[in-house]
Each structure stands twice: as structure tokens, then as C-alpha cells.
Design a protein around this ligand. Structure first.
Ligand SMILES: Cc1cc2nc3c(=O)[nH]c(=O)nc-3n(C[C@H](O)[C@H](O)[C@H](O)COP(=O)(O)OP(=O)(O)OC[C@H]3O[C@@H](n4cnc5c(N)ncnc54)[C@H](O)[C@@H]3O)c2cc1C
Length: 453
């Protein structure tokens, strides 16, 4: 029995060389992945530690993987001698501590499972990426955002404590159940969003909130994206306190309407805001709905306070834009972010780029937090044309994002797909210190090297 088989005794959880399943070696964002040393699927923290030690002894690159839904290439092999440590079978939900309002989970638990589990018990886990099938370990590694970030923040804000295995095989607990800390550097925050380059998460204690008792969705139609952004800014400033403010263009909505087979409730205008208010008191919610109406009245063409049925249908349309698009064309989705008052300028600029580069572009996104999902569509372009036009457009687009004070990624991460743009948009000194931090935790550059920077 080999040393690796001593660690992972179940043959169904270990794949070496040619037996590695194709799903680990293919990715829609990164072409031509190399074969790897192997894939191991641990089910305990101790197995992860032993695997990392094995990789050190055999000079292998280590790559952590959760549900594999990443869209920046950070979970894919690029070297050829990776030991992929896939933690998706570490999927136990542990204690729900009602005194500290925390839930202990293993990293392979899916975020959708967390929502279902806590909501049945009257609690709320706000981070809400559209990929409900992504894992908590992956969400922490990418600081996943989603639809409720405008009011509730991102994954970072809901990690109280986490346990990690470091690149040398030692383990460490980061953070604590204390709500406040002025007790030294916050190492937990350093690991969150580090895309599996500093350690492998094996347990997380998530912060929960009481589940809001009432909610109301509102749909607003606007003449164009500029008006919709003005409307969003007015709503954010009004004190209505929305939990999500999503913006989508009519052009983007088209694909979801085709896919689901029904239209959005309103068809006027070229841009829409779909938003939710939540709270605990019906009367207060009605008053806040009125606040939204007053704030958006001068910009909006129509304002619809949605019934429960219409709300479900409208949110399904929002969630199905990308899935609908898949039936039409190959595409690349971005997740750039700009200060919220620059949202419309950025979207308008993408239309100029559409003309300049001859590549179709649609936009949707989280207008409440300035995060645009610009989608470049291949259509019937040849592969060469697509790659050339895409590259030219991305250069221009990220330059504009930088000029507007934005960042290349709001929630999906840098991986390898956006590496060159992070490099262009960050001061050398920042990247230099990131590299120094990486070297402190991983002097052998063993854990997911070549990603991020
Ligand atoms: C249709 C679709 C919709 C999406 N919508 C959203 C959205 O609304 N918001 C959003 O933020 N993202 C979204 N994403 C992106 C993706 O789901 C997130 O990046 C997610 O957090 C990745 O989780 P995962 O479990 O799939 O991680 P993986 O893809 O497996 O890995 C992603 C990164 O996390 C690291 N990692 C994974 N597990 C661990 C661990 N235990 N310890 C250390 N590092 C680890 C990997 O090394 C890699 O760097 C979407 C993706 C798709 C396909």
C-alpha cells in the first residue's frame, strides 16, 4: 500500500495519474489544463493535514477544491504536478449555537444547504451567491457576495472563526466567537478571499442573524441604464434600506424570458431595477415601500409593488439570465466593481466598446454595490476572432474600470483569468506586500501558486 493509500484508505476517494476524472481537468474559463499527480477526497481534518504533509514530502503542488463552481480559474491545475485536495465530501453541518448565533460547518457544505437548514430554525445566513451549489470553503476563499450584499455585506462579514491547514501541514484557528477584537492582526480576514493560496479551510463557524419576518419585492422600469442608476442611488440614499438592488438591461433579460417562457411583468423601458426590502414589521415595511416609491418617482417609468407570485417569477428571471444565455452562445462573464455613482458610466462605456470591437455585450449586476456583470458574447464569431476581439475589449474595459477607481473583481476572485488586470490596476507596493505575506505562510510556494499574482 502506498503512503497516499495509507492516508485515504477508501479507493473511491483517491485518483492517481490517468484515473483522475475529466471534471478536474476541464474548465470553461481556462483551456488546455495539464494532467495532475492525483486527486484526494478527504473526509476529516486529520486526513487534510496528512495529505498536505505527503505533498511536502513528495514536493507536490497543492490545490484545494470545493464545489468547482469558480469562474476565475483559481481552482484549476496549471502546473502538472498538483495533488488536488477536494474537500466537497467534508459536508457535515455541526452545532447551531443559539447563544452565540453561530453555525459550525465543514467546508464542503453547500451555501444553499446552509440557507435551508438555518431558515427552518428561524435563522438567517445572508450571503447569497447565485451559485447555491457552491461550497462554504469556496465562498470563504473567494469572499463570495451575491444578491444581499448591499445591506448585509459579503461572506467575510459572516465568518466568526475558521480552522485551516497551513501549507506545511500544521493547523491553525483564525478568529474567535468574540464579536469584537482589538487584539493584534486579523489573520482571519487575510485568509478570507485568498483563493486557497494561504491555507485549506477545514471548518468554519458562521455568524447567523434572526430570520426577517416580512419582505417585499419591488420592480421598477426605466428609460435607460443611466436613469436606472439614478433611481438606485436615490433609493440607497432614501433610508429605505433595501437588502438587494439588482439592475438588468432589457437586452439581458431577453435570454431569461426565452429560457423560462414568460415575460417580465413590465415591458416598458430599456433597464430595470428589482429590489427587496426585508424586516420584522408589516407596517414599517409598507412605509419603507412608500419611501422607495417617492425616491424613484422622478426617474422611473413604472413602479410595481410585487405580489408573492410575481416576486418569485421576477427573481427567477433575474437568476436565469446566464442560464438562458448559454443556449444562445459561448460567453465570458466579468464581475468588475466601481464606486456606485460610476455604475452607469461604466455600463455606457461597455456599449461604446461593443461598437469599437464588434463584440456583443450585455450587462446586469448588483447596482446597490457597484458590481457589474458585463457579459461578452461570442455569437457566430470564429474562435480566432472571438479571442482577438475579446482581448482588445477587455484591455479597454479594465482600463476604464481603473480610471473610474474600480477593481477587476468584486466577488468571483482573480484566479488566473484576471491576473494581468489585477497587476495593472494595483500599485506595485501592494502586490509586493501580498507576495511577502504569501511567502510568510508558504515559503515553498506550494499552495495554489501562480494564482492571484
Ligand atoms: C452560475 C454561477 C453563478 C455564480 N454566482 C455567483 C454570485 O452571485 N456571487 C459570487 O460571489 N460568486 C458566484 N459564482 C462564482 C462561484 O460560485 C464562487 O466563486 C464560489 O464561491 C466558489 O465556490 P466553490 O465551492 O465552487 O469553489 P471552487 O470553485 O472549488 O474553488 C474556488 C476557489 O476557492 C478555493 N477553495 C475552495 N475550497 C477551499 C477550502 N476548503 N480551503 C481553501 N480554499 C478553498 C479554491 O482553491 C479556489 O481558489 C457563480 C458561479 C456560477 C457558475
Amino acid at each position: 500500500m502506498s503512503a497516499l493509500e495509507e492516508i485515504i484508505k477508501d479507493p473511491e476517494r483517491l485518483f492517481i495519474g490517468e484515473s483522475v476524472p475529466a471534471e478536474y481537468l476541464t474548465d470553461s474559463y481556462v483551456a488546455d489544463l495539464p494532467s495532475v499527480y492525483g486527486v484526494a477526497l478527504p473526509v476529516t481534518h486529520e486526513e487534510v493535514m496528512a495529505l498536505v504533509k505527503f505533498a511536502n514530502e513528495h514536493d507536490l503542488i497543492i490545490l484545494a477544491r470545493g464545489a468547482g463552481t469558480g469562474v476565475a480559474g483559481s481552482q484549476v491545475p496549471i502546473h502538472g504536478n498538483e495533488l488536488i485536495i477536494d474537500v466537497h465530501l467534508m459536508n457535515k453541518i455541526g452545532e447551531l449555537d443559539e447563544e452565540t448565533l453561530t453555525l459550525t460547518v465543514e467546508p464542503g457544505v453547500l451555501v444553499g444547504m446552509v440557507h435551508d437548514y438555518v431558515e427552518k430554525k428561524g435563522y438567517f445566513y445572508p450571503p447569497d451567491p447565485a451559485s447555491k451549489h457552491s461550497s462554504i470553503g469556496g465562498n470563504v476563499a473567494t469572499n463570495a457576495g451575491g444578491l444581499r450584499a448591499v445591506k448585509y455585506g459579503t461572506t467575510r462579514d459572516y465568518v466568526r472563526e475558521m480552522t485551516v491547514v497551513l501549507p506545511n501541514g500544521e493547523d491553525m484557528t483564525l478568529g474567535s466567537l468574540n464579536i469584537k477584537s482589538s487584539s493584534g492582526y486579523d489573520l482571519k480576514d487575510l485568509f478570507i478571499g485568498s483563493e486557497g493560496t494561504l491555507g485549506i479551510t477545514t471548518q468554519v463557524k458562521l455568524k447567523l442573524l434572526p430570520l426577517p419576518k416580512v419582505s417585499q419585492s419591488i420592480l421598477l422600469a426605466f428609460e435607460d441604464v443611466g436613469k436606472a442608476t439614478d433611481g438606485a442611488l436615490a433609493i440607497l440614499a432614501s433610508g429605505a434600506d433595501p437588502s438587494g438592488v439588482e439592475l438588468f438591461e432589457k437586452e439581458a433579460l431577453y435570454y431569461a424570458e426565452q429560457h423560462l417562457g414568460y415575460p417580465l411583468k413590465t415591458q416598458v423601458g430599456q433597464a430595470y431595477l428589482l429590489m427587496t426590502l426585508d424586516g420584522n414589521d408589516e407596517k414599517e415595511l409598507i412605509a419603507r415601500t412608500e419611501t422607495v416609491r417617492e425616491a424613484a418617482m422622478s426617474d422611473a417609468l413604472e413602479i410595481h409593488v410585487l405580489s408573492e407570485d410575481d416576486a418569485v417569477k421576477s427573481w427567477a428571471l433575474r437568476d436565469n439570465i446566464l442560464i438562458g444565455l448559454m443556449a444562445f452562445t459561448e460567453y465570458e462573464m466579468l464581475d468588475e466593481v466601481v464606486p456606485i455613482n460610476k455604475f452607469a458610466e461604466l455600463i455606457r462605456y461597455t456599449k461604446e466598446l461593443q461598437e469599437k470591437h464588434g463584440l456583443n455585450v450585455i450587462n446586469f449586476g448588483h447596482s446597490g454595490d457597484g458590481n457589474v456583470h458585463t457579459v461578452l458574447m461570442k455569437g457566430d464569431l470564429s474562435k480566432e476572432d472571438w479571442l482577438e476581439k475579446r482581448s482588445g475589449l477587455l484591455d479597454d474595459l479594465y482600463q476604464k474600470v481603473s480610471d473610474l477607481g474600480g477593481l477587476p473583481s468584486a466577488e468571483h476572485g482573480i484566479g488566473i483569468v484576471k491576473k494581468k488586470y489585477l497587476e495593472r490596476m494595483s500599485a506595485d507596493i501592494n502586490l509586493d506586500y501580498m507576495r511577502k505575506i504569501k511567502a510568510v505562510f508558504d515559503p515553498d510556494n506550494r499552495l495554489n501558486p501562480g494564482k492571484l499574482f
